[in-house]
Design a protein around this ligand. Structure first.
Ligand code: SF4
Length: 218
């Protein structure tokens, strides 16, 4: 049976944002910041509006001014947590993979930590935000459970590590949710949206988006 890892919240491992080199954006136009070019879509798009999914695939990652620090902080948290996980739990497992990519067309799955022993595996997904945003984190975790099981990993444990909570979820329930979320995302990727999904005024893609807007915005 797969040993259960020792897990702590993000706040316990990495309590304060440290000063780091700010990431240089590809381009900045007014308050719109282009952070990453397009790449193969992944489960982090789960739960996003159809129009945002489509624009992220076409144009890469955009944020509105003010969001850069959060992303840098997130990157540092992931690195710190993976190092801590290795030190704390490394002896329990015969395989630990950190952000390794697996293909499940049309998605690329890149779970934060995949640990295993004797052919059984568990997933740890790390989030810099708190448990109040669990609804955003669960669809992504569910796609990892569904996707990795589909490509042959015997996933028997799945955890969300958040700023203020560690949550263990039923893998069977996650598998069902992930099957639904994967199909929704796959269809959204294949089919362009015919209208905006939410307020364009607050959207970082407003500068590049070509989806027809209500007359108020155009
Ligand atoms: S600008 Fe509007 S239509 Fe385009 S992605 Fe953003 S919310 Fe959707």
């Amino acid at each position: 049976m797969l040993p259960t890892p020792v897990l702590k919240t993000v706040s316990e491992i990495y309590p304060k944002p440290e000063e780091g080199e700010p990431r240089k954006p590809i381009m900045r136009i007014s308050r719109f910041i282009w952070l990453d070019g397009p790449s193969n879509p992944g489960p982090s798009l789960a739960g996003k509006p159809h129009c945002v999914i489509w624009n992220t695939i076409l144009y890469g990652s955009w944020i509105l001014e003010g969001g850069e620090d959060g992303l840098d902080y997130g990157n540092r948290i992931h690195k710190a947590y993976a190092e801590w996980f290795h030190k704390t739990n490394g002896s329990l497992y015969d395989d630990i993979k950190v952000e390794v990519a697996f293909a499940l067309a049309p998605l690329t799955l890149r779970p934060d930590i995949l640990y295993g022993k004797n052919g059984e595996y568990g997933i740890v997904e790390v989030k810099s935000y708190g448990a109040g945003r669990m609804d955003e984190a669960l669809p992504q975790l569910s796609i990892y459970v569904y996707g990795l099981r589909t490509i042959g990993f015997n996933i028997t444990q799945a955890f969300l590590v958040m700023r203020d909570a560690v949550v263990g979820e039923s893998v069977d329930a996650l598998y069902k949710m992930g099957e639904y979320q994967f199909k929704y995302l796959r269809d959204a990727i294949r089919m362009p949206p015919d209208k905006p999904g939410r307020s364009c005024f607050k959207c970082p893609y407003a500068l590049v988006c070509r989806i027809p807007k209500p007359s108020l915005f155009s």
